[in-house]
Structures are given as structure tokens and as C-alpha cells.
Design a protein around this ligand. Structure first.
Ligand code: WT7
Length: 662
């Protein structure tokens, strides 16, 4: 077995353009698994060292078995012990102009106090805490406090609706909910606590609610005996809370993400493997330096924020920017103003944001001194070469490498990415380049066999890695089915770790003749709206929960700024007829059921949908129609008239909206 895995390892990293060091490291990661990962894991503080680096019982991996550590201790106490007590952890800036600065020591104090607050409210190791907050310091404080006492946090993006929040609270059976009175968005105030109260009507597990005063809304509803103001609880909290010793294989958090069914998946990440992975990937990809000013513009409600605003950067003891607001408020140069003000050195954002700034025009960036930037990054969807070039030239002034990081909620951290901290390969706009050390991937056809260069296939991962999800919350069967059952191991694939197993990413990809990887979007029924992952099935089930809707088909339509937007084809129940009013009502309905992230751009009323003879909706055809492409193979189509009808619906709406002019 050992021989087999080392020969496979030797073939990984054979690509022509792999830098020498990167190639060596990639090889070592598999040939010398124990030592390779032990050396890296030594960068964290362990209360007890691990006995074994990996136990692999496909598809379940246990990393750093026997190791004991605490995430909040590593993010805070360890840095203070290193002499970073007075270093700034977060420069926080609110949309309305308010600012706050938290040093590592100040953050540590807040986290300790809040950990004691949670304890006093009866939270125990293994309990779940839901967090529904805007981008304010209390968000990382609450997460780190949960981690300090061994409770699992489940952060729910503040743009999700009450119902979406309720579903996530119920699935995790959270005991505590942490929220805020309201939040600012483009100058408007959104009353978050009112949403939270709506959610709480649909849940039973929550015992206590903790409310941060973000806005100072006068009429925030508070339920006696259940709801408490954050500040009141913090006033008399004890100053020190000992960090709970956690097994490396204990879960650190749950984060819900969309899949191909109506029910979001509770992705569970481990304590040891996850922390080692975010530590390593941030260093490898961005070559993080002690005096960096790191700014990841994501919301902490997504994995990007968990890994690269909370855990990764804090483990490295760097100074960060945290911004709570819209990129273009009060003016389109808000981001560039922040870069200049704090001297940001590393900026990590999404292609959709870059395209939005491109649209505003380069004059906004040109108004500011961006010369402190040394490295730029992107994540969330494939970056189109035009946006890449604009980012490189206008923001980076032709000086900063662009680190295009491919990864997923499930992978915990970067998987495929240029590695400025190891060996930067020549960049190609639109390619995430090569896998990081410890990552083995391939591109395969329907039969799970490798495809030729330039042939599109499915991206698969061929070995476990430290940051991989442990399972889906209380649903190991779904975990196996969704990620590990589409492809079976076969002799044409090289598995660097035995026994073999194939992780299905859900993404299309191809390799070029130099082995560079090009990610080509989702291969499943998941769409990416402004980088946010939305399951078509989730939106469809939200539609059919409306009394007027009999059937719904939801697809992604290519969009020059957002990447994709949501388009729905709706069959109404008898007794209802299409109208502009109903269209509006359905839009509002979706915003209410899922949240503003899922707002459909267009809704088409039809009387039938293109289906196969076995009754499966052919979304591919609808997609072709809305994007004006060739239909391709329609031999399995049951009823061709549905196509004509869909075409007419799209055409008439296009005319009424005056599309084609823009
Ligand atoms: C999906 C994962 C990972 C944090 C943000 C999104 C797409 C992500 C890239 C990239 C091409 C990318 C994939 C992936 N994706 N990064 N650099 N190039 N596609 O996390 O919501 O879990 O979405 O985002 O389709 O599967 P997520």
C-alpha cells in the first residue's frame, strides 16, 4: 500500500510550469504525510499533540487524532503570548462612518467576557449557537466565544429571511440566538431583530436571545425573560474564561450551504484539521507577512469570512479591515477610500464586486492612492479575463499578483490557487493555476475517467485534506451520497492516499496543455448569484409554497455583473392568471421565504415546462432560451410546444423591459 501511494504521489505535480518548490512540497505532502503535516501543525498551539495525523475510513477522515487544542486560544491568547497584545486585530468601519479599533488584547477581553456570558446562560460544550448579525465586531467575538467554550456556532448570513433563519436554527437545534436590533444597508436601516422574532415563532429550541445595539432602534421588540441586550450581559461578566480543551476531531462549527435539494446542507468543520488548513492556505496563497493589512471583503456569514476574516488571519496575528456596508455607499469609491486610509496591503474579493467597480469606472479608484497594495485575490466564481485585467491594471497598478482561489464551503479553505507564499507560477487570467500541496485533483468524464487537455469534465478531489468537511450535520448518509458517490474509484485515476475515494465538487473544469486548471462553473443545479450559492430546488420549493403556484422551474441566466441571475418559469394553479401584480407578489414572496439574495430577476408565466418523458424538467433548454443560445439535443423532450411557449414568454418580457438596448 505504501508503495502504491508513493508512486501516485510522485506523479502529482508533474506539470511543466509547476514551480520547483511547489512541486517538491506537493510531492512531500503525500509521500511523507505524517511529517509534512506535523511540521505545519506545529505552528498552532496544542494542549496535547496528536497521536496520528490521519485516520482515513472513506469517506470519513479524522485529522490530528488525539490532538487537543482550542480555536480561540490559538486566535487570541497565543498571539498575546507572542507579544502582539497591542497589535490591532480589526480596524472596523461602519457604513455610516462610525469606526472602532480592536487590538488583540481588547478582542481577547471581549471574547472571554462573552464566553462567560454564554456559560452563565447555560451553554455547554457541544451546544449550538445561531448567530444572525451584520459585519460588526460582535460577530467574530461571538464566534470565538462559542469556540472558547466548545459550543458550535452556526452563523446565518444577515441577508437571509426569517424563514431561512428558522430552518437553520431548527436543523441545528440551537439553544441561543445572537442578533442585532438592525443593520445599515445603503443608508437604509433594516430591523433585524424583527426578522429574528419572526423566525423564533417557527422554532422551539432557542432559550435565550442576545441582541446587539447596532443601530439604536427605538422600537426594538424585546421579550421579557428571553431577550437580553448584549451590553447589559457584558457589564457584569467575569473577565477570564479558561479555553475548553477540544479534540482536534471535535466539530468547530456548522455552516449551512445550498445544494441541489430544497433543504440546505449543514456543513460541519473540525477543530484541528480546519485550523491547520486555514493557517496553511492563507500563508501559501498570499504569503502573509506580519505587517500586512489584510482585507477580505466577504461577509462572515459565508465560509470566506469564517476562514479568512475570522480564523485564518487571526491565527496569523495580522491586522485586518472589517467593513460593514455597501461597496458603493455613499459613493463608488468607498472601498478605495478605505484602502488608502488604512494602507491595505492585501485585498481579497469576488469577481462580481470587481465587475461592479469596473462598471462605475476607473476614475473612482484613480482618486485614491492604492500603492500600498502588494497582492490581490478573488473567490466565488470563475473570473472573466476582462475583470482580471481591470483588477490587475487599475487596482493593482500592474504590480500585484492576482490570487484566484478555487474552493468551497465544504473544503474549508483554498484548494486550487497560485501560491505566492511558496512559489508563484506564471499567472493566466481566468485560471486558478494548480492545486495547493496536499491536494490531488483531476478532471473526469461521466465515467469518472480523466479527460484530455482542453476537454471539459467534472472536477474531482482524489485524497482527503485537513480542511475537508467532517460530515453534514446529523446526516452522514447525505454526506456520502452528495460528495462521494457520483464517481467510483477506477484504475485510470491516481490516488495518493489509500483507500481510494472520489470527492465530487459539482464543478466543471478543464486542464490546458501545461496542466493549468480552468474552473468553468457549476455542473449541478446550483447557481451563483454575485458569488452566492443558491440551489435552484430551494427557490423552486419556495415558489410552490405560494398558493398561486403549481409548478416552478428556476435557472441561472448569465449576467455581466452578477455572474448569474435567477430566472423562474411558473405554472399557475387554475383560478389564477398571470399579471404584473402577481409577478411582484411572487418576487416579494421569494425575498420573504429565502431572503433578498434570492430575488428573481425575471418571472415567466407559462402553461407547460419542457420535460423529458420521465417527467424531469429540462432546465438546460430553458437556460438556452433565456441566454439566446442553441437548444442542442432535444430528442428526449416530451412536448415541443413548451419550448415555443417559453420562447414567446421570454421574448415578450424582453420587449416590455426594453432589453437589448443596454
Ligand atoms: C463554489 C463554492 C469558497 C468561498 C466562496 C464560495 C465556485 C469558488 C471559485 C473560483 C471558479 C469558483 C465553485 C465552487 N467558485 N471559487 N476561484 N473560480 N469558481 O463558496 O458558496 O461554497 O461556493 O463557488 O463553483 O463549487 P461556496
Amino acid at each position: 500500500m505504501a508503495e502504491e501511494s508513493s508512486s501516485a504521489a510522485a506523479e502529482i505535480g508533474q506539470q511543466k510550469y509547476y514551480g520547483h518548490k511547489l512541486k517538491e512540497m506537493s510531492r512531500r505532502a503525500f509521500e511523507d504525510l505524517e511529517n509534512f503535516w506535523s511540521e505545519i501543525a506545529e505552528n498552532l498551539v496544542w494542549f496535547k499533540k496528536w497521536d496520528k495525523v490521519l485516520e482515513w475510513d472513506p469517506p470519513f477522515a479524522r485529522w490530528f487524532v488525539g490532538g487537543v487544542l482550542n480555536a480561540s486560544y490559538n486566535a487570541l491568547d497565543a498571539n498575546i503570548k507572542k507579544g502582539l497584545k497591542n497589535k490591532v486585530a480589526y480596524f472596523w468601519e461602519g457604513e455610516e462612518g462610525k469606526t472602532r479599533t480592536l487590538t488583540y488584547y481588547q478582542l481577547w477581553k471581549e471574547v472571554n467576557k462573552f464566553a462567560n456570558v454564554l456559560k452563565k446562560l447555560g451553554v455547554k460544550k457541544g451546544d449550538r449557537i445561531s448567530i444572525y448579525l451584520p459585519m460588526i465586531p460582535e460577530l467574530p467575538i461571538a464566534m470565538l466565544a462559542a469556540a472558547r467554550i466548545g459550543a458550535l456556532h452556526s452563523v446565518v448570513f444577515s441577508g437571509f429571511s426569517a424563514e431561512a433563519l428558522a430552518n437553520r436554527i431548527n436543523d441545528a437545534e440551537a439553544k441561543i440566538l445572537i442578533t442585532a436590533d438592525g443593520l445599515y444597508r445603503r443608508g437604509k436601516v433594516i430591523p433585524l431583530k424583527k426578522n429574528a422574532d419572526e423566525a423564533l415563532k417557527l422554532t422551539k429550541s432557542v432559550e435565550k436571545v442576545i441582541v446587539v445595539k447596532r443601530v439604536g432602534l427605538e422600537d426594538t421588540p424585546m421579550t421579557e425573560g428571553r431577550d437580553y441586550w448584549w451590553d447589559d450581559l457584558m457589564k457584569d461578566a467575569e473577565p477570564y474564561c479558561p479555553p475548553e480543551p477540544m479534540e482536534a476531531t471535535d466539530p468547530l462549527f456548522i455552516l449551512y450551504t445550498s445544494g441541489t435539494t430544497g433543504k440546505p446542507k449543514g456543513v460541519v468543520h473540525s477543530t484541528g484539521g480546519y485550523l491547520v488548513w486555514v493557517w496553511a492556505t492563507l500563508k501559501w496563497a498570499f504569503d502573509l507577512k506580519p505587517d500586512d493589512i489584510w482585507w477580505c471583503t466577504a461577509d462572515i456569514g459565508w465560509i470566506t469570512g469564517h476562514s479568512y476574516i475570522v480564523y485564518g488571519p487571526l491565527l496569523h496575528g495580522v491586522t485586518q479591515i472589517m467593513y460593514d456596508g455597501a461597496p458603493d455607499y455613499p459613493a463608488p469609491d468607498r472601498w478605495w477610500e478605505i484602502v488608502e486610509k488604512y494602507g491595505v496591503t492585501a485585498l481579497y474579493t469576488a469577481p462580481t464586486a470587481i465587475r461592479m467597480h469596473m462598471k462605475f469606472g476607473e476614475q473612482w479608484a484613480k482618486k485614491h492612492d492604492l500603492s500600498t497594495l502588494r497582492i490581490l485575490g478573488t473567490v466565488g466564481e470563475p473570473i472573466n479575463p476582462e475583470a482580471w485585467k481591470w483588477y490587475y491594471e487599475i487596482i493593482g497598478n500592474d504590480r500585484c499578483p492576482i490570487i484566484d482561489t478555487w474552493w468551497q464551503t465544504e473544503t474549508g479553505g483554498f484548494m486550487i490557487s497560485p501560491a505566492a507564499g511558496i512559489d508563484l507560477v506564471p499567472l493566466k487570467p481566468g485560471s486558478a493555476t494548480f492545486p495547493l500541496p496536499g491536494i490531488a485533483v483531476d478532471v473526469v468524464n461521466e465515467d469518472g475517467e480523466p479527460v484530455k487537455p482542453y476537454e471539459r469534465g467534472y472536477l474531482v478531489v482524489l485524497a482527503p485534506w485537513p480542511g475537508m468537511l467532517m460530515t453534514l450535520w446529523r446526516d452522514p448518509e447525505r454526506y456520502k451520497e452528495v460528495y462521494w458517490s457520483k464517481f467510483q474509484p477506477n484504475s485510470k485515476l491516481k490516488f495518493p492516499i489509500q483507500p481510494p475515494a472520489v470527492y465530487y465538487t459539482g464543478d466543471y473544469a478543464m486542464k490546458d496543455e501545461e496542466g493549468y486548471l480552468w474552473l468553468m462553473g457549476r455542473a449541478d443545479d446550483v447557481i451563483k448569484v454575485a458569488g452566492h450559492r443558491i440551489g435552484t430546488a430551494e427557490v423552486e420549493s419556495a415558489f410552490v409554497s405560494h398558493p398561486a403556484v403549481a409548478e416552478a422551474a428556476v435557472i441561472g441566466k448569465p449576467d455581466p455583473v452578477k455572474g448569474e441571475t435567477i430566472v423562474a418559469f411558473i405554472i399557475l394553479k387554475s383560478g389564477y392568471s398571470p399579471s404584473e401584480e402577481l409577478r411582484k407578489e411572487l418576487r416579494t414572496w421569494i425575498r420573504k421565504v429565502i431572503g433578498p439574495v434570492a430575488t428573481p430577476e425575471a418571472i415567466f408565466f407559462v402553461s407547460s415546462l419542457p420535460k423529458t418523458r420521465s417527467g424531469k424538467i429540462m432546465r438546460r433548454l430553458l437556460k438556452a432560451i433565456v441566454s439566446g443560445k442553441q437548444l442542442g439535443d432535444i430528442t428526449t423532450l416530451e412536448d415541443a410546444s413548451s419550448i415555443e411557449e417559453a420562447k414567446r414568454a421570454v421574448e415578450s418580457l424582453r420587449k416590455s423591459m426594453g432589453e437589448g438596448k443596454s
